[in-house]
Design a protein around this ligand. Structure first.
Ligand SMILES: Cc1cc2nc3c(=O)[nH]c(=O)nc-3n(C[C@H](O)[C@H](O)[C@H](O)COP(=O)(O)O)c2cc1C
Length: 333
């Protein structure tokens, strides 16, 4: 039987309904963004990265907001970052108590603020510590642990590949997610899918692939070419939960959402953000989200700018209502 994105699979003992996964997205992948991905068919959703220090030190906002899990989003993986194994073990225990099914460790974030603390992609150069962190997370939580990493820090380096081998052999991680760009490339440049394929062939655990998966056609091609256990959707899924439906065959590629569907989904997001953060903070938080949906609506610069300036959530809703008819007309066949 040929492999399919709709095949079920096992990740460290957790049954996953299909091979399409929401990638970790800092500042974005909260419970309702993950729930949205699951509503549209994602087999698994990974949280935004959460500081193990903040969780260990019981930072109130981090624990209340970033460890919040909705009952309908299981299975869910919470991604932690950090560089101290004791702190990681303690944070992992709290993540398990919060109800996560899996823990993912961030060993690929290239942001200097993270790397200078010895976390994220800095761990590619500190493999002993990386292995200790993975062991501590597994021991502290009792959950399967996966690691998301880059292939190396700079072009020509393959420290991420060597680390992946050690994480599996020495820390017993349940899976690896490879973003086959070097950390110095950040999020641009072509991912090296051949490198991902070689890792899939070599490792005895599921390997997921991330990077450059903006469309359903790209995600299918990379799934086939790398032989990966699954694909992680990141920027391609921003304001585009319909991509999950396309990949699991619930919607055809050419069948994009209608204006009414986009507006209804944006309203769902606004309401969940209000529930999560309250009116005032949600008003600011959603400024990041509006452009994705408005662009999909075919809305112009004027609407984008007005939404960024909207002083309240009610004012933003008003703009979207006013625009509802106009947008629907613009997209009508
Ligand atoms: C806004 C943004 C936030 C991200 N946050 C995280 C994160 O918290 N943890 C992580 O491992 N990767 C993070 N990533 C990397 C993505 O998960 C993904 O690996 C990367 O965007 C490549 O996929 P793409 O080219 O399909 O977007 C982030 C990427 C973006 C664009």
């Amino acid at each position: 039987m040929p492999r399919a994105l709709t095949d079920t699979w096992d990740l460290g003992g957790v049954q996953i309904a299909n091979r399409v996964v929401l990638a970790p997205l800092a500042g974005i992948g909260n419970w309702f963004v993950r729930l949205q991905a699951r509503r549209y068919g994602a087999g698994l959703a990974v949280s935004e990265m959460v500081s193990s220090y903040a969780v260990h030190h019981r930072n109130e906002r981090t624990c209340r907001e970033l460890l919040r899990i909705h009952p309908d989003e299981h299975p869910v993986s919470v991604q932690l970052f950090g560089s101290d194994p004791d702190v990681m073990g303690s944070a992992a225990a709290r993540v398990a108590a919060a109800g996560a099914d899996l823990i993912d460790l961030n060993m690929g974030c290239p942001v200097p603020k993270v790397c200078k603390t010895g976390a994220g992609a800095a761990l590619l150069a500190d493999p002993d510590r990386a292995v200790a962190l993975a062991r501590a997370a597994a021991r502290g939580s009792g959950l399967p642990v996966t690691v998301k990493l880059r292939c190396g820090q700079r072009p020509g380096e393959d420290s991420g590949i060597a680390l992946a081998r050690r994480l599996v052999a020495e820390a017993g991680v349940a899976g690896i997610c490879i973003h086959p760009r070097h950390a110095s490339q950040r999020h641009s440049g072509a991912p090296d899918y051949e490198l991902a394929r070689a890792l899939v062939d070599e490792l005895p655990v599921p390997v997921l692939v991330s990077g450059g998966l903006r469309t359903a056609a790209q995600a299918r091609a990379v799934f086939a070419r790398t032989g990966a256990a699954g694909v992680l959707l990141a920027r391609g899924a921003l304001g585009n939960p319909w991509l999950f439906e396309q990949l699991i065959g619930r919607r055809s590629d050419g069948d994009g959402p209608t204006a009414a569907e986009i507006l209804a989904e944006l309203e769902w997001v606004i309401e969940r953000a209000r529930e999560h953060l309250g009116d005032e903070r949600a008003g600011r938080y959603l400024r990041k989200f509006y452009p994705w949906y408005v662009e999909r609506l075919g809305g112009g610069k004027a609407l984008q700018a007005a939404l960024q300036r909207a002083p309240t959530l009610a004012a933003a809703r008003e703009l979207l209502c006013e625009d509802r008819a106009e947008a629907a007309c613009a997209l009508a066949p």
